[in-house]
Design a protein around this ligand. Structure first.
Ligand code: RIB
Ligand code: CA
Length: 312
């Protein structure tokens, strides 16, 4: 039986590829809905971008919801300098046919978790929507099988501040709620996502697949890498968000270790820092399975194999 999932995202080129990977895998993943949140770009764009990806993937039946347009407590931050003004530069923007559901994403999450069991939550942006749902009705957690999040960093330091990764920095209070919700949480942070760079060779492999999803993916990745290439001097951008879906599809591509992950929510200097107690030097509860290695070639083999399915 496919695993029931809700994907919460802020497209974002890498979120878009995560959606493609999930939509290519109906045998393993039953996507109950895609919820969107303000993050890389404002909510009006992230919801439009998510719906565009459903059109491109031929999934105009997908239920897409708009959620929180700002973090739980902090002022919004965005990342147009990485993702472009549209949030998905590298693909031509159009008004999608996939409709936007009238229901607020948080209401959808609460209603779904009341009625469906078990459900896996996949946040690939600031975790505001899931945290708001948990705060509103903690009992919904009983039906959450697992949470597989993209966010945080240990050895890699920060990508938005010297000490914080974007998704957690954007809404540190939400991340703290999710990491400490008591349900199984797997966190894929920069320590693994920085190992899966979208090199020219890998982007070419995707483009050669010759279907609409492959063309959109190659176009977005050909734009998305520019900032990281300049910043890190590496070739290609880290393909952050698809690591969540890849972990669900092929967990053996990763190594994880159960440990404590705590979030800085007070210091402005280190706001959003994820303190990962990898060596268990404290007695803090082991609340997260922290991913620390990834088979990068195996990841791209999976991505190419799944995107090829859109040409069948
Ligand atoms: O730090 C990387 C994360 O921030 C990714 O999810 C990217 O899409 C942005 O949301
Ligand atoms: Ca994202």
């Amino acid at each position: 039986m496919p695993r029931k999932v809700i994907i919460d995202c802020d497209p974002g080129q890498d979120d878009a590829v995560a959606l493609f990977l999930a939509m290519a895998s109906p045998g393993e993943l039953d996507i109950l809905g895609v919820t969107t949140v303000a993050g890389n770009v404002p909510l009006a764009l992230t919801q439009r971008n998510a719906r565009m990806m459903c059109d491109i993937a031929g999934r105009r039946d997908m239920r897409v919801f708009a959620g929180c347009e700002r973090p739980l407590r902090r002022a919004p931050i965005t990342a147009e300098y990485i993702h472009g003004a549209t949030g998905i530069d590298g693909v031509d923007v159009f008004e999608p046919d996939t409709p936007l559901e009238a229901q607020h994403a948080v209401d959808f999450i609460v209603d779904t978790l009341r009625n469906e069991v078990p459900v896996t939550l996949i946040p690939t942006g600031p975790m505001t929507n899931f945290a708001a749902a948990i705060e509103r009705e903690p009992s919904v957690l009983d039906n959450v099988e697992q949470i597989v999040s993209m966010g945080g960093a240990m050895r890699e330091g920060g990508n938005r501040s010297p000490s914080a990764e974007f998704n957690v920095l954007a809404d540190p209070h939400a991340a703290e709620i999710v990491y400490n919700c008591g349900r199984p949480v797997t966190a894929l942070g920069l320590d693994v996502t920085h190992q899966v760079l979208s090199t020219r060779e890998r982007v070419a492999r995707i483009r050669e697949l010759g279907n609409d999803v492959a063309a959109a993916t190659a176009g977005m990745l050909s734009f998305f890498h520019r900032y990281d290439t300049r910043k890190y001097g590496s070739e290609g951008a880290p393909l952050h968000d698809p690591c969540t879906v890849a972990w669900l599809l092929e967990p053996d591509l990763f190594q994880t270790k159960r440990c404590n992950v705590s979030v800085e929510t007070d210091s402005e200097l280190t706001m959003g820092h994820t303190a990962v107690d990898f060596w268990h030097v404290t007695d803090r509860p082991h609340n997260v399975d922290w991913a620390y290695t990834i088979d990068a070639d195996g990841f791209y083999d999976l991505l190419v194999e799944r995107i090829a399915r859109f040409g069948d």
